[in-house]
Design a protein around this ligand. Structure first.
Ligand code: MEV
Length: 440
């Protein structure tokens, strides 16, 4: 069957589903029913979701959970998390509990600067370009007044614009490297609008700048876009306690625990293969909160991984040390987050998530997200250096396996109990399940 279609986006939702199911499914009725089964019966709410993106057919559920009892800067938070991986919320809960009795987490925003760039090509004299830039810099900013007025009223706005010569890396390549304070907004629209206005003013002014010759007047703007790399928008979160309080019930002394823990972090600092997995565990916590609070997790992911490689080698985002008998474990993360704008006032669950966090400022949300990342890393390393990861992970995964096997509710209760003191593996669950069914 021909799978090509023109004008798909113009069809109604019903027509889109009809086309899709007739084209790709033998059981088209069933496929259509499945897609519609996920529609919300509140038509208004469904429409809201339909309009987030183009070609919406249905909703795609992810669990929305909370990890309570997070003591951060002496305030207790229940952290909202949206994630599909079975063990992540449980791990967060365990780490929260562990640190709650040891002074909790402290977190601090170190900087809040966002970056955007106008990338352009110019083949003339650098001196003339510099003089031109110095002359029109004020104009670049004042021409943005219609965009920046509100942000400035609240204390944010454009911080600076620098002309950067990148011709050493790419012939003719220069940029306007611009910094912004976008307060509680993630700021993508604000920054991009300013940048596009900068490019407009820049090219227009260049055309009438008398010191330029004819070719110099033809500055070629390539693109104007924010950067998701925000190494000057950084938050630090930390936990610490006297070594002897690292008492574990896992057959390991506090001293040995601290030593192995620091070894594990140091391995991730020097070994990229381990660092990627180490940081992936951190992102389990970070992404879950970023997603639940309606923020752009792709931007956060890209920025954080670039930061992890800022010294030229991909490395751990966390660090640990013992100083004067005190065990310290900390993280520094670049995070461009928003608590206003974007989805934050649109998606009802995002609104709820922000409300339960006490309608935080972007800075407070940065702290919560960094803590969620640090907590995940603590929980992962704690398991890895003691029991191993599979015990806890597979315990949480047990229900997924049982659901795959279409176990009844009674069978699920039975097997959760049965595997309480056994290590769960996929094949053992299948075997035990088949045996039980055979008996029945
Ligand atoms: C699994 O999602 C995350 C871990 O692999 C992280 C780690 O190894 O540190 C457990």
């Amino acid at each position: 069957m021909n799978k090509h279609i023109e004008g798909f986006s113009k069809l109604t939702k019903e027509q889109k589903i009809e086309w899709l199911t007739a084209t790709y499914f033998e059981e088209s009725e069933q496929a259509s029913k499945l897609l519609k089964q996920y529609w919300n019966e509140d038509a208004q709410l469904q429409k809201l979701h339909d309009e987030f993106i183009e070609n919406t057919l249905s909703n795609f559920y992810l669990p929305f959970a909370i990890a309570p009892n997070f003591l951060i800067n002496e305030k207790v938070y229940s952290i909202p998390m949206t994630i599909e991986e079975s063990s992540v919320v449980a791990a967060a809960g365990k780490a929260a509990k562990f640190w709650q009795n040891r002074g909790g987490f402290t977190a601090k925003v170190l900087s809040t600067e966002k970056i955007g760039q106008v990338h352009f090509m110019y083949s003339g004299s650098k001196e003339k370009l510099t003089a031109f830039f110095e002359q029109i810099k004020g104009r670049l900013i004042s021409d943005c007044a219609h965009i920046t007025a509100n942000m400035e009223k609240r204390g944010g706005g454009i911080l600076d614009i620098e002309l950067k010569d990148k011709t050493g890396e790419l012939e003719q390549y220069y940029q306007l490297h611009c910094t912004f304070n976008t307060l509680d907004a993630m700021g993508a629209n604000f920054i991009n609008s300013c940048l596009e206005q900068f490019s407009k003013t820049f090219t227009e002014e260049a055309r009438s700048y008398t010191a330029f010759d004819e070719t110099e007047r033809q500055i070629r703007i390539v693109m104007s876009i924010l950067s998701n790399y925000v190494p000057n928008c950084v938050v630090r979160a930390e936990v610490s306690c006297p070594i002897e309080e690292l008492n574990e019930d896992k057959g390991i002394s506090p001293e040995e625990f601290a030593e192995k823990f620091i070894d594990a972090v140091n391995i991730a600092k020097v070994e990229p293969y381990r660092a990627v997995t180490h940081n992936k565990g951190i992102m389990n916590g970070v992404d879950a909160v970023v997603l639940a609070t309606g923020n752009d997790f792709r931007a956060v992911e890209a920025g954080i991984h670039a930061y992890a490689a800022r010294d030229g080698k991909y490395s751990s985002l966390t660090d640990a040390a013992v100083e004067d008998g005190i065990f310290k474990f900390w993280i520094e993360l670049p995070l461009a987050l928003g608590t206003v704008g974007g989805l934050t006032s649109l998606h009802p669950l995002v609104k709820l998530a922000l409300e339960m966090l006490g309608k935080p400022s972007a800075k407070e949300l940065m702290q919560v997200v960094a803590v969620a990342g640090l907590a995940q890393n603590f929980a992962a390393l704690r398991s890895l250096i003691t029991t191993g990861i599979q015990k806890g992970h597979m315990k949480m995964h047990l229900l997924n396996i049982l659901n795959q096997l279409q176990a009844s509710e009674e069978e699920k209760v039975y097997f959760v109990n049965y595997f309480k003191d056994k290590t769960v593996t996929h094949s053992q669950v299948v075997d035990a399940f088949n045996k039980l069914r055979a008996k029945a």
